[in-house]
Design a protein around this ligand. Structure first.
Ligand code: NAD
Length: 292
């Protein structure tokens, strides 16, 4: 068996088209502010893709650099800045880019963002809604996982579903979202760093979701024949191709061997990441609508 690809591109395009139409119907475009508190290259790259994606759908985007804000490099100062943004009625969405400088409590800073401006869906008020099946403002990556399964038409009812990784932004909210409908619930197992025999669990999975941040953690041998695999991992690894050393982005699943066994699999890159970005835009519109 060679697995079908569950590509992120078409799903992301559909979401962006819907977002663009929604923005077009609004009296004023949403205005998203991202706060950058470090010199981290990854955070800057992420900010660049946010800016580009916002421009595509008509959302106003601003990057507020800590350097320009002034003394915003400790928890209290960043929280106070979030409070200022909360009170600014022209700002409809806020996010704190990670990582934050050493010694800053990034989570405390995120909690200072008003729930109705929390485009990443990480405030306890928004996380709490997930428990009652409302995923309209959910953490983007976890929402991307369930969106891709829905879009691909995977029938989840009673399916043996294994989630590898239990982080607060991906694994845990994905599990809650998978269980959001009592009528169509899969049977979900959560694996993590302390799981004794990971392969025992992954081999049982009809739907396998991997979000561990470990390149090649799941090999083809660990995959059940005919499984649907959502690979959330993004890992930069050094490889040698044609005698040249390169850096390559790969997932947590060994794509080539897993593809031989699975029925369908997301590629990395080109899978979950694209949908995550599109859902950040969707969340930004949702926030703006909650304030209108
Ligand atoms: P994290 O480090 O916060 O959590 C990792 C999780 O994996 C933990 O629950 C840990 O217990 C588990 N884990 C680690 N090693 C394991 C092992 N050997 N066996 C079983 N479980 C193990 O990471 P995160 O923020 O949840 O991100 C996970 C991955 O998803 C990373 O590669 C990250 O880059 C990627 N990611 C992708 C997107 C996207 O848009 N595609 C967004 C966010 C994160």
């Amino acid at each position: 068996m060679v697995a079908e690809l569950i590509e992120g591109g078409p799903v992301a395009e559909r979401i962006k088209t819907e977002v663009k139409e929604a923005v077009g119907r609004m009296p004023e475009p949403p205005r998203l502010v991202s706060v950058l508190a470090t010199d981290n290259a990854g955070a800057k790259f992420y900010a660049g893709s946010q800016k580009k994606a916002c421009a595509e759908v008509g959302i106003e985007y601003e990057l507020h650099d800590a350097e320009k804000i002034g003394e915003k490099k400790d928890t209290a100062a960043l929280q106070a800045y979030m409070q200022e943004l909360n009170e600014d009625r022209s700002v409809t969405g806020i996010l704190q880019l990670m990582p934050v400088p050493e010694g800053v409590d990034g989570r405390a800073v995120q909690l200072a963002i008003a729930p109705e401006k929390d485009v990443e869906g990480v405030h306890p008020a928004n996380i709490g809604r997930l428990f009652y099946g409302d995923i309209s403002l959910a953490p983007c990556t976890a929402k991307a996982v369930v969106t891709m399964l829905d879009d691909f038409g995977v029938q989840m009812e009673g399916k043996e579903t294994v989630v590898v990784g239990h982080s607060e932004i991906v694994g845990k909210p994905a599990i809650v979202m998978l269980l959001r409908s009592m009528m169509h619930s899969p049977t979900v197992t959560c694996c993590h760093i302390a799981t004794d025999d990971l392969a025992y669990h992954t081999r049982r999975a009809e739907v396998l979701i991997v979000a561990a941040g470990k390149a090649g953690l799941v090999s083809g041998e660990m995959v059940r024949e005919g499984a649907v695999i959502i690979d959330v991992g993004i890992n930069r690894v050094k490889v040698e191709e044609g005698g040249k050393k390169k850096t390559k982005v790969v997932g947590d699943v060994d794509f080539d061997s897993a593809r031989e066994k699975a029925a369908a699999i997301t590629p990395v890159p080109g899978g979950v990441g694209m949908v995550t970005t599109a859902l950040l835009l969707q969340n930004t519109v949702e926030c703006a609508m909650r304030q209108s």
